[in-house]
Structure formats: C-alpha cells, structure tokens
Design a binder for this molecule. Sequence first.
Ligand code: F6R
Length: 229
Amino acid sequence: MQVIQTRDYENLSEKVAGIIFDQLKGQPDSTLGLATGSTPVGTYQLLKKQPEHFIEATTFNLDEYVGLKESHPQSYRYFMQEKLFNTVPVKASYIPNGSATDLQEECKLYEQKIQASGGIDLQLLGLGMNGHIGFNEPGTPFDSRTHVVELAESTRQANARFFNHLDEVPTQAITMGIETIMEAKKIVLLVSGNEKVQAFDRLFRGEIEEKFPASILRTHPNITVVHDL
Ligand code: F6R
C-alpha cells in the first residue's frame, strides 16, 4: 500500500489527476473506475483541462441510486455529466441504471460489461465515514459482486446535504461489489477532510473485517491512498 500525504485538498486533487494522466499516457484505452461524492470533484476539474487524453478511455462508475431518473440533479449520471463528461469526451461511460425495470438483471449486465471491457485498470474510490466503499455498507460480504443495496441510515444522512430533505434521499442503490472493486488492477483511494480521520485510522489500524468494508483494501496488491489529513 502506497500512502501519499498531500498538503491540502488542492494538492490531493493535483496528485490524483497526475496519476490518472500517467495511466492514460501509458495506456490510452484504459478502463477507469470512477466515483462520485465530494472528494473527487477537484480531481475532475483538473481532468477537464486536458480532455484530449480521454478519447480512447472507457469509464465505469461505482454506483447509482435506485429510482432517480438520469435527469435528476442528484443522480450520479447527472453528477458525472456535470463534473466531467460534459467536457471530457470518453469513448464510453457506464453507470448502473438505477431506473431499470429488472434491477438484478441490470447488476448482471453491468458485471458483464466490465468483463467485456477487459476489467478495470484504475479504480478511484472515496472513503465513507463508516468504511463503506462504493455503496458497500458495513456487513457487505467481501465476495460480493454488483448488487442492489439498502442504504445505511448514516449514509442517507451524510448524503442528505445534496437533497432538499432527508426523505428525498433514495433508500436503495446499485453498487459494484467489493470483489468487483478488488479486481481492479490498480486502486487509488482518496481521503480528505477532518471528518474522515477516524475512518482513515481504522483503515490502517483496525481488523480486516466485513464490518469495515474498506479494510479489505489493505490486501490489494496495487493500491495508493492519497490523503490530506
Ligand atoms: C461515490 C461512492 C461513495 C463515496 C463515499 C465518500 O460514488 O461510492 O462510496 O466515495 O461516500 O464520499 P465523499 O467523497 O462525498 O466523502
């Protein structure tokens, strides 16, 4: 596990953008795994400055809420469009379809699409305060694949800041599973802000256990943690 401590959020975003540009310079047709949330936003702003690197890239997002249309401002499709894809012309961008009529089938198809693209070369991750990665909440089996999840109340509350009211936060999401994430050839975990200090400590010092999903990342052969704590 490589750990990069950065001065501040700006510096963290520069480091992560640098890692992504290096990946694409070495392998322009890379498959990138992307995250939403606040932490990667600064990175995405920097990626927008050099969109030419992305023409051959394929992207897969970690997760999507169930029940929000793509046009809903809090859907992750909308988020990614605003934060990245409106400027960065990737070859193809995949996000689970949380409005699919058959959600189980959608999960299966998503896994198949990842496999068909040759697997994820570089996966960006944020860290949930309860240790979640993607929407894999505490207790999710380490051998899980893309699946539908019931969101933890703490996660809904943390995400309520993006909605008008807690009641509007969906109760379910589709997420890549932990095993799906762990199959990425390289993982870059971004951790920023004081509220993540406890989770960050537990990541390094705690047990590797399903009660704290991110703990499994310690066993990944090629992971870089970039933080500003
Ligand atoms: C986002 C995702 C989540 C976030 C995590 C941290 O696609 O899957 O696991 O990465 O909740 O969110 P922020 O960056 O907002 O602290």
